[in-house]
Design a binder for this molecule. Structure first.
Ligand SMILES: *[C@@H]1O[C@H](CO)[C@@H](O)[C@H](O)[C@H]1NC(C)=O
Ligand SMILES: *[C@@H]1O[C@H](CO)[C@@H](O)[C@H](O)[C@H]1NC(C)=O
Ligand SMILES: *[C@@H]1O[C@H](CO)[C@@H](O)[C@H](O)[C@H]1NC(C)=O
Ligand SMILES: *[C@@H]1O[C@H](CO)[C@@H](O)[C@H](O)[C@H]1NC(C)=O
Ligand SMILES: *[C@@H]1O[C@H](CO)[C@@H](O)[C@H](O)[C@H]1NC(C)=O
Length: 452
C-alpha cells in the first residue's frame, strides 16, 4: 500500500479517536468537505439525482471494498429516499458539483452488525471519498442564462426558423463533450421541429442575432439514460454555450432599410437600367465577405438581367442616385443551402448599398426604344434632307436627335456609335450603305426589334 495513504489514514484515525473516543461509537456520519469549488450554483438535496465517483474503503485498515472507477463509470442515484445506505443519503446532502468530500459512515447507518455478502464485515465503519459530477431533479426545466444581447434586435427566433449558431457543449462538471469550433462551422438547424433534443428546441427560442446565452438541459430533455456515443454519459445534464450567428425563416422576404435618401429623388432604378453602385456584403455577425471598395471603381450591373442574386437585385431597385440602404438577404434570395465562394451554407447576408450612377435602360434584346410615339410614317422622318435615302451619317444624326430630345433612348453601357452602326446594318437589307423606304418597310413587316 502507498505509505502516504497509510500515513493519512493513521492521522485521521488519531484525530477521530481523540474527538470521539472510538470510531465505532460514531453517532452520525462525519463529513469532511475537503475540496469545495468557488462557484456552487446548486447543492444536493433530497430527491435530487446525482452522478458521482467514489472510492469506498474501510475505516479500520484503509482497504478498498468498492469503487466506481473499478466499475468503469460514475454511479447514478437518487438521494434521500432510502435508495442508498442512510449514511450516504445524509452524507451527500448539500454537495456541489466538482466538490470532493469524505463521508465516514458508522455501521448503524451502513450495513449494521450483519454486514453484507462477504464484502462488508459486521460493524464496519465505511469511508467514502466522493466526487460529485452532476445534479438534476425531475422537476428541473431548461435553464437559460443570457450572457449578452445586442442593443437592437428586430426579431427573435421562433419555431420553424432556420438558425445557424456556434456552441460549446460541456457537462455540469465543465468537461467538454462537443464544440462547433472543433468543426470550424456553425451548427445549422430548423427550430421547433424535433430535429434537436427537446431542451435545445426550447432553449434556443426568443434569441436575437448575435445573442449569447447558456442553456442548461436536464437529461430527460437531452439524451436521457443512455447518453450519446462516447462523449455524453447516461443521465447527464448538458450545458450549451450558444452564440447565434444568424437565423431566417423560409418565408422571410428581403428586408430593405433606407439609411439615407437624397432630397431630390425623382428618378429611381428599375428593370433594364444600367446602374453603378457601391456595396459591402457581410455575414450577420459582421464578417465582411466582399466589398466594391476592393476594386478601382464601383460595380456596374443591368437590373433585371439576372446578373446578381435575387435579394441584391430587389435591394437595388427603386433607388435614386445618392441613396443608401441596408438590405438583409435570406439565403433563399441569396446563395441558398449550398453557399458559394466564401458564403457559408444557408447564410443570411447583409448588404450596405449606395447608388452612384443610374442610366435608364432599354428592354432585353433592344438597342433603342422610343419613349414617345414612333413617328409614323417613319422613313420620311428619318430622311432628314428628303433625298429618299438615308446613309449611316444621316441615320446616326436622326437617332442622336431623338435621344437629345428625350424621344428615344439607346441601350446604356455600350458605345453609341457601334450600336447605331449595328442598327443601321440591320435596316440596310442589301448592304449598299443606305436605307431606302422599301427596306425599312420590309423590316417593319418582320417586326424588327431594333427600331421599335
Ligand atoms: C479514487 O481513487 C483513485 C485512485 O487512487 C483516485 O484517482 C481518485 O481521485 C479517487 N476518487 C475520489 C473521489 O477520491
Ligand atoms: C467556445 O470556446 C471557444 C474556445 O474556448 C471560445 O473562443 C468561444 O467563444 C466559445 N464559444 C461560445 C459560443 O461560447
Ligand atoms: C476555418 O474556416 C475559415 C473560414 O472558412 C478558414 O479561413 C480557416 O482556414 C478554417 N480553419 C480550419 C482549421 O479549418
Ligand atoms: C427632379 O425634379 C426637379 C423638380 O421637381 C427638377 O428640377 C430636377 O431636374 C429633377 N431631377 C431629375 C434628375 O430628373
Ligand atoms: C463599406 O464599409 C466601409 C467601411 O466601413 C464604409 O466606409 C463604406 O461607406 C461602406 N460602403 C457602403 C456602400 O455602405
Amino acid at each position: 500500500m502507498d505509505p502516504g495513504v497509510c500515513f493519512s489514514q493513521l492521522l485521521l484515525f488519531l484525530h477521530l479517536v481523540t474527538v470521539n473516543c472510538s470510531p465505532g461509537a460514531l453517532l452520525d456520519v462525519v463529513v469532511d468537505r475537503y475540496d469545495i469549488p468557488k462557484v456552487c450554483p446548486r447543492e444536493v438535496q433530497t430527491e435530487d439525482f446525482i452522478r458521482y465517483h467514489f472510492n469506498g474503503t474501510f475505516f479500520e485498515d484503509g482497504k478498498k471494498f468498492d469503487s466506481s472507477y473499478d466499475r468503469g463509470k460514475a454511479l447514478i442515484s437518487q438521494v434521500g429516499l432510502g435508495r442508498l445506505i442512510t449514511g450516504m443519503d445524509r452524507g451527500l446532502q448539500g454537495m456541489c458539483v466538482n466538490e470532493r468530500r469524505r463521508i465516514i459512515v458508522p455501521p448503524h447507518l451502513a450495513y449494521g452488525s450483519i454486514g453484507t455478502g462477504g464484502i462488508i464485515p459486521p460493524d464496519a465503519v465505511l469511508v467514502y471519498d466522493v466526487l460529485l459530477l452532476d445534479i438534476w431533479s425531475t422537476k428541473d426545466e431548461v435553464e437559460i442564462r443570457t450572457l449578452s444581447k445586442p442593443a437592437s434586435c428586430r426579431r427573435t427566433t421562433e419555431a420553424s426558423d432556420f438558425v445557424r449558431y456556434r456552441y460549446n457543449g460541456t457537462l455540469l462538471s465543465g468537461e467538454p463533450f462537443d464544440s462547433s469550433y472543433s468543426r470550424n462551422a456553425t451548427y445549422d438547424t430548423y427550430l421547433g421541429q424535433g430535429d434537436l433534443i427537446k431542451g435545445m428546441d426550447e432553449g434556443l427560442l426568443g434569441m436575437c442575432v448575435g445573442e449569447r446565452r447558456v442553456i442548461i438541459v436536464p437529461p430527460f430533455l437531452a439524451y436521457g439514460e443512455n447518453g450519446y456515443g462516447n462523449f455524453i454519459p447516461g443521465s447527464a445534464v448538458l450545458v450549451f454555450d450558444i452564440h447565434i450567428i444568424d437565423f431566417h425563416n423560409p418565408e422571410d422576404p428581403v428586408e430593405i432599410r433606407v439609411t439615407h435618401k437624397p432630397q431630390e429623388c425623382n428618378m429611381t432604378s428599375e428593370a433594364d437600367d444600367l446602374i453603378q453602385y457601391r456595396y459591402n456584403c457581410s455575414l450577420m455577425d459582421g464578417t465582411l465577405l466582399y466589398t466594391s471598395d476592393q476594386y478601382d471603381s464601383p460595380s456596374f450591373t443591368t437590373l433585371g438581367a439576372n446578373k446578381v442574386i435575387l435579394g441584391l437585385e430587389e435591394g437595388l431597385r427603386g433607388m435614386c442616385v445618392g441613396e443608401r440602404r441596408e438590405v438583409v438577404v435570406p439565403p433563399h434570395f441569396g446563395h441558398g443551402e449550398n453557399g458559394a465562394g466564401g458564403v457559408p451554407r444557408s447564410a443570411v447576408l447583409l448588404f450596405e448599398l449606395e447608388l452612384v450612377k443610374l442610366q435608364k435602360g432599354v428592354p432585353e434584346g433592344y438597342m433603342f426604344v422610343w419613349l414617345e410615339e414612333t413617328p409614323d410614317p417613319l422613313f420620311p422622318a428619318m430622311d432628314l434632307n428628303g433625298d429618299k435615302q438615308v446613309p449611316l451619317e444621316e441615320f446616326a444624326l436622326f437617332i442622336r436627335l431623338q435621344v437629345q430630345e428625350g424621344k428615344g433612348r439607346l441601350r446604356p453601357g455600350i458605345d453609341a456609335d457601334s450600336i447605331i452602326k449595328d442598327m443601321f446594318d440591320n435596316q440596310d437589307g442589301n448592304k449598299d450603305g443606305k436605307i431606302v423606304e422599301d427596306e425599312l418597310t420590309v423590316k417593319e413587316d418582320e417586326d424588327t426589334e431594333e427600331l421599335h
